[in-house]
Design a protein around this ligand. Structure first.
Ligand SMILES: [Zn+2]
Length: 347
């Protein structure tokens, strides 16, 4: 083992439907398309905004963070693209693990990339996949809409073939001939909750977060050892946030801490109106909708605040890309939700 895997699952909901996966046949490689957003920032986003899209694992320069159990479905590829069915005879959302690379901003690319490569090798080993055939770029499955992860990799001079080579090397360096225990069994992954007696870099991260959140550790600081001082800081934090005061850092406490430190910042450049809009409606809400449609490449031609046939057609074309939406050309809460999701995906 070279890296730890952190399992910090989001609650079930839109992002984590809780359905069991089928047999895992391949890996879909993504990047977040959102420079500077970390693994935990993504986790918080999916936990809090809870869109009907997600991926299993987010990787930055510090964490390999599984936010959805690998045994469950994550929505990381559109159901209506046919390439996954053609190549693998299955929908990616049921037969593949979705892995996202976090990059840009303050994220150290080399550190993040090494983890990303290693984790692909780990999955190849875990699910007995083929190194040459069973790793596929999101862009290959959905070429009209997606450029990941090449978009991120190319910025750092790495081609798709370079990446596959690196995964192959990581596989032979770390996984061939070695009995790789499940992370949980050998303690390499972080099992929540964490409490008194636990040690390691994950404890140090929690301590750093407590300090940044204003719960100081004056005696020992962030020493990576979960002792009495850390426990009492956790309890003060839990009390202040109305959480169960047990001094253990479990999912809820960790989420609350992360939320406090990195409030999610979904893009609000394209506000969307509430309620229902349809042909014949006029006003600023229609204009907002038209701007948003244009942004996600369903151009209504005019940004004039009038819900005419072209706007109706753009809405209908958008709706037709989601099985969950009626193609009625009427904008309502469901359509709003999916437009919002696409705006977020673009950001
Ligand atoms: Zn993607």
């Amino acid at each position: 083992m070279k890296y730890n895997i952190t399992r910090d699952y989001i609650n079930t909901g839109e992002s984590r439907p809780g359905e069991a996966n089928g047999t895992i046949q391949f890996i879909v490689s993504h990047d977040t398309g959102n420079p500077g957003s970390t693994a935990y920032a993504n986790r918080n986003y999916f936990e809090n905004v809870n869109p009907a899209a997600s991926a299993h694992t987010f990787i930055d320069d510090r964490y390999i963070l599984e936010i959805i159990p690998l045994s469950e479905v994550a929505y990381h590829v559109r159901y209506d693209v046919p390439t996954d069915n053609r190549l693998y005879g299955a929908d990616a959302n049921r037969a593949a693990i979705g892995v996202e690379l976090c990059w840009g901003g303050n994220i150290n690319f080399n550190e993040a990339y090494d983890r990303y490569v290693w984790y692909h090798a780990y999955l190849v080993d875990k699910f007995n996949l083929d190194l040459t055939e069973d790793i596929v770029a999101h862009s290959t499955l959905d070429p009209s809409r997606r450029t990941d992860p090449e978009n991120a990799l190319n910025r750092y001079g790495i081609s798709w073939d370079d990446f596959l080579n690196d995964v192959t090397n990581a596989y032979s360096n770390y996984f061939v001939g070695e009995q790789v225990p499940e992370p949980v069994v050998n303690g390499a992954s972080v099992e929540l909750p964490v409490g008194v007696g636990d040690e390691g870099s994950f404890v140090r991260d929690i301590q750093n977060k407590l300090i940044r959140a204003g719960y100081g550790l004056p005696r020992y600081g962030a020493d990576g050892i979960f002792g009495d001082e850390t426990e009492s800081a956790v309890m003060r934090f839990q009390r202040a946030r109305g959480l169960r005061v047990d001094g253990l850092v479990g999912q809820q406490t960790l989420s609350a801490l992360n939320t406090m430190l990195t409030a999610p910042t979904p893009r609000q450049d394209f506000p969307l109106p509430d309620g229902i809009l349809q042909r014949g409606d006029e006003g600023s809400g229609v204009k907002q909708l038209q701007r948003a449609l244009k942004q996600i490449n369903f151009d209504p031609q005019y940004i004039d605040g009038i819900y005419g046939p072209l706007t109706e057609d753009a809405v209908r074309r958008f709706q037709s890309t989601y099985a969950a939406l009626d193609n009625d050309g009427i904008y309502g809460p469901n359509t709003r939700k999916y437009i919002r999701m696409e705006l977020e995906e673009q950001s």
